[in-house]
Design a protein around this ligand. Structure first.
Ligand SMILES: [Zn+2]
Length: 55
C-alpha cells in the first residue's frame, strides 16, 4: 500500500516535471550537452529537449 502510493507519486512527479535534464556547457556561441550530445545555438529561444532526460 505505502509502496504503491510512493510509486504513484513518483510517476506523477515525473510526468509533471518537464524540465530537461541537460548537462549543457557553453562553447563559444553554442550550447553542447555532455549527456546526449545535443548542440544548439545559445540564442535559440527553444532549445531542444535533452534526450538523456527523457526515458
Ligand atoms: Zn542533453
Amino acid at each position: 500500500m505505502r509502496i504503491k502510493e510512493a510509486y504513484e507519486r513518483f510517476i506523477a512527479a515525473q510526468a509533471a516535471d518537464t524540465r530537461p535534464a541537460c548537462v549543457a556547457r557553453q562553447y563559444s556561441d553554442q550550447m553542447v550537452c555532455a549527456k546526449c550530445n545535443l548542440a544548439w545555438d545559445v540564442n535559440d529561444p527553444e532549445p531542444p529537449q535533452c534526450r538523456a532526460g527523457s526515458r
